[in-house]
Each structure stands twice: as C-alpha cells, then as structure tokens.
Design a protein around this ligand. Structure first.
Ligand code: FES
Ligand SMILES: [Fe+2]
Length: 398
C-alpha cells in the first residue's frame, strides 16, 4: 500500500469491545454454527408489520420517548443552514444559528400555526425565519424577534412565544432529538450505553457530510431494520452487487442494551488471521454495523459510512433517509465523482434496488394473510431480540 493511500485509509481504531468482537469473528470463522445462534427457530405474527394499532403504540411509547438520530450535523455546516423535514407527524426545523449551535424546532408559527418553511428536504440558508402568513419573525434558535403591528398584541410575551423546541444535542457528529416538546432533557450517552464509546473511538464526529437521499417507500419500518440484522440474505438478494465482497463466515454480533453490534467477515478476513490486533481493520477485513434502537443503522463501508433512518408514516409506509459521510472533504471534481459513484452503488444499487425493494415486496406479502407466522432461523436471532424489545416497550405479548 502506498504512503498516500495509507494516509487516507488508516485502520479504524477499535476499543476493547470491538477488538473482542473481531477476535470472536476470527475464532469462529471455521465453524458451521455460531455460539450465538438461538437454540431453535422462532416465530413472529405478521401483524407486527401491518397493524395500525401496533404502529400507534410504537409511535407513542418508542418514537416519541427515545432519542432519535435525525442526521449528520455537518450537513448543516454553515451558520444559517435550515432543514425542514416532517418526521413522525411532526413538522421539524433543524437549524444552525449564527453562533454555530444546532437546534431542532417545531416548524409551526406561534401566531396561528402556519408552517414556517416548506418541507422540501432541501437545505436552505436563512438569516431568520419569517412566517409566510403574517410575517412573525423568529431567530434561528427559535426566539421570537418581532411581529408586524405589535400594538395589536398587547398581551404578547415575546419571551415565551418562540418556536417550540425539542430536546436535542449534537454528539459524535449526529443530531439527536426527542420528538416530544414536553420533555426537557436528553441523555444520548446514557441511551447509547456501550455504543457511545464505539462512536467516539471510530471518530465519527470528524467526518464530512457527502450526500443524503430521502425517499418515501411502501414498507413497515421494522422490515428495513430486519434486513440489516442478518446476513443470511446476502448471497441471494445481493448476488449481483455486494455478495462477492463477503464471506460465508457467520457474523459476530452482540446486544448492547437495546442496540446491537454486528461484524460481518469480508473476502479479506483471512488476511487478518496473520496480523496483530492493531492491524485488524473493521472496514476492510470485515464490515461493522451498529443497529441503534429503534430506527437507526450505521454501516461502516471500506471508505465511507452510511447512516440510515427509518421513520414510519403509516404501518405500510416510511420515510427512508440515507446519509453518507466520508473521511475527507470532497473538493475536486475527481473526488466528487469518486464519491458520487460510491453513493450511487450503495444507495441506488444496494439499499434502494435490493433491500428496500424486497422490504416492499414483503410488506405486500405480510398484509395479504398468506402466512400465519413468519419464521426466524436460529442464525436470525438479532431479529428475534429486536422484535422482543419492541414488544416489551409497547407492552404487548406474543
Ligand atoms: S400564522 Fe404565522 S404570522 Fe400569522
Ligand atoms: Fe441487505
């Protein structure tokens, strides 16, 4: 490897937990079964994917309560950046104010409720937020700056009439928020538990935003989480794209509270057997995935990193947000073309045309009543645990 490529492609640093997971992947690479497989297969009723009552409980007890990852803060790199996006029925405004602070606000005017900025998923640059109805104007941190004809509002308290704010924080480069304006605090480190140190060790906060694509797709949010928690499908579904890069070796995965780490062997895994742990590379000898409960996935490709967020609209529909970030800023035409190809392959070729495609097919299948139950094989244990966690949080039983 040349000096230059070595510099731009350093081995990703690992903490003790990731090193132990890598060690287990190598140790078990010769086994047909894995020590982590379930004792037997398990069953799930298809209603989990299409019952509107279940989704309502999930929204109430999971999506409105837990910190959700809304994106990568470097997307709003410049002060004055504003992103309007409706998620889970809430019109949101994500802003970076002039002092550089990021805010997550409700995109709703405090006068008579008009939407402040259109939800077109395009980043805009604004000095302030001016309502299109009667021009009440707010700072980018949500504070009410002024109203036309102030003598018409003799009892208006400007101090309490700013845009409603959601508890939010930037941590490891990501924007996290709790989608409930009545909650006051947000503890992302506590919520992430052991994953928090993984993200710090991997230095995710120092990457650069490259691209984001937002799609409305006809599938249940949990089907896309299922798709990234087992590797059983790679050889078939991804035969024409990424399958040749992966081994038949069982992945090594583990629960970290509600979250999961999964390490899948790549075609170069065997090279690592002869290297000291300091040279094990979890982007090139293997591929790491973090499943962050409830609806986020982080995938560490050889060069770039993907965040995927699944935001339910209805039981049969999601907003799928895929963000790619990269270790060095793409500035030249050549660099941009390189990362565009990378994004097109991963976003268009793999996630959209294969994983989202099959999830939409399954959605039709589960809703039509063909199957009384769906079967998770012993090696699909991460899915069983994920669905158990969802059920426990919404108070259901099966
Ligand atoms: S609704 Fe916004 S200014 Fe009237
Ligand atoms: Fe897949």
């Amino acid at each position: 490897m040349s000096h230059e490529s070595r510099r731009s492609n350093p081995v990703s640093p690992m903490n003790a937990e990731l090193t132990a997971l890598f060690e287990r992947l190598l140790r078990e690479s010769g086994s047909v079964e894995s020590t982590e497989w379930d004792a037997t297969d398990s069953r799930l009723g298809p209603a989990a994917y299409h019952d509107p009552a279940i989704l309502e409980l999930e929204k109430l007890k999971i999506f409105r309560r837990l910190p959700l990852c809304l994106g990568y803060a470097d997307q709003l790199r410049e002060p004055g950046s504003v992103l309007a996006r409706d998620l889970l029925g809430l019109p949101l405004l994500i802003t970076r104010d002039r002092s550089g602070e990021v805010h997550v606000l409700l995109n709703v005017c405090r006068h008579r409720g008009a939407r402040m900025v259109k939800d077109e998923n395009e980043l805009c640059r604004l000095n302030s937020l001016s309502c299109p109805y009667h021009a009440w104007t707010y700072e980018l941190n949500g504070a009410l700056r002024g109203v036309p004809t102030p003598i018409a509002f003799p009892r208006l308290d400007k101090g309490t009439s700013g845009l409603r704010k959601l508890p939010s924080v930037v941590r490891h480069g990501f924007i996290w928020a709790i989608l409930d304006p009545d909650q006051t605090g947000i503890d992302v480190a506590g919520f992430l538990g052991g994953i928090d140190d993984d993200l710090a060790t991997l230095g995710l906060g120092e990457h650069y935003f490259f691209r984001q694509r937002v799609q409305r797709r006809a599938t249940n949010w949990k089907l896309m989480l299922d798709a990234f928690q087992e590797t059983y499908h790679i050889k078939k579904l991804h035969a024409q794209t990424i399958a040749p890069f992966f081994t038949e070796v069982n992945p090594a995965s583990e629960a970290v509270g509600l979250h999961t780490r999964i390490l899948v062997g790549r075609d170069r895994l065997a090279d690592a057997e002869h290297l000291p742990p300091s040279q094990w590379d979890l982007r090139r000898h293997a591929t790491l995935t973090h499943v962050i409960f409830p609806n986020s996935l982080l995938i560490y490709h050889p060069d770039s990193t993907s965040h995927m967020g699944m935001f339910p609209i209805g039981p049969n529909e999601i907003i799928f947000v895929h963000t790619m970030f990269i270790p060095e800023d793409a500035k030249t035409e050549k660099q941009i073309a390189h990362w565009e190809r990378n994004f097109a392959m991963i976003d268009g070729g793999v996630f959209s045309a294969e994983d989202l495609f099959i999830s939409e097919q399954i959605q039709i299948g589960v809703a039509c009543g063909a199957n009384d139950t769906l079967v998770f094989g012993r090696q699909e244990h991460n899915l069983r645990r994920f669905h158990e966690n969802v059920r426990a949080m919404i108070g259901g039983s099966e």
